[in-house]
Design a protein around this ligand. Structure first.
Ligand SMILES: Cc1cc2nc3c(=O)[nH]c(=O)nc-3n(C[C@H](O)[C@H](O)[C@H](O)COP(=O)(O)O)c2cc1C
Length: 185
């Protein structure tokens, strides 16, 4: 076994590349976020780790709501743009067409095939980042990304991000059937 220690790190793979949306000073603002994960099922919760300086965090703190938008590979350039530039210096309100669901201060990106509307449940100061936990109030899915009524990962074609190489990735082919292949070993 040849391993090298690389110190405490954040190199967990795969990471999603999503867009977190909030209303800041009356404008829709989206930021790229890869530190995002589902946190509970009933009721459903999601967590996003956001550096304290982010413009988006201001809107989340002010309104107590936000959105998580899952882009497909086709939106890689727009996601990167929202990760390169802050709403403090550039108006990002027209990068995506915006719609609203039940939470009127949680802007949703039309071009992203999956959108979650979230209400802040709690937040945890972890140092550089605030871990915001949101209850998922509603999920919007493009109809052509469903198979038998369920979101289909191959149709959504979600964008992934790899730290280290700092590259975007797509979803590969099916490797095995979950909750199943283990029964054979
Ligand atoms: C692929 C990618 C992933 C990112 N993930 C995060 C993240 O998880 N948390 C974070 O605070 N910033 C993250 N960023 C940086 C922010 O998206 C970036 O600083 C952005 O300009 C913030 O926008 P805002 O100031 O308008 O909120 C990421 C950037 C990229 C390109």
């Amino acid at each position: 076994m040849d391993k090298t220690t690389i110190g405490p790190s954040t190199h967990l793979f795969p990471k999603p590349a999503v867009l977190v949306g909030a209303m800041v000073a009356g404008k829709a603002n989206f930021m790229a976020v890869s530190w995002c994960g589902i946190a509970s099922q009933t009721p459903p919760h999601i967590s996003v780790a956001i550096r304290k300086i982010r413009h988006t965090l201001k809107g989340i703190a002010e309104h107590g709501v936000f959105s998580v938008n899952v882009p497909s590979l086709a939106q890689a350039a727009q996601v990167d743009y929202c990760g390169l530039y802050s709403g403090r210096e550039r108006d990002k309100s027209e990068v995506f067409a915006v719609f609203f669901g039940g939470l009127d201060q949680a802007p949703l990106a039309v071009e992203c095939p999956v959108n979650f509307e979230c209400r802040v449940k709690d937040s945890l100061d972890l140092g550089s980042h605030i871990l915001v936990v949101g209850e998922i109030i509603q999920t919007h899915v493009d109809q052509d990304c469903l198979t038998e009524g369920k979101p289909d990962v191959m149709k959504i074609d979600p964008l992934g991000y790899a730290s280290g190489s700092m590259t975007y990735h797509g979803v590969g082919p099916v490797a095995a059937k979950a909750y199943s292949v283990g029964k054979e070993s």
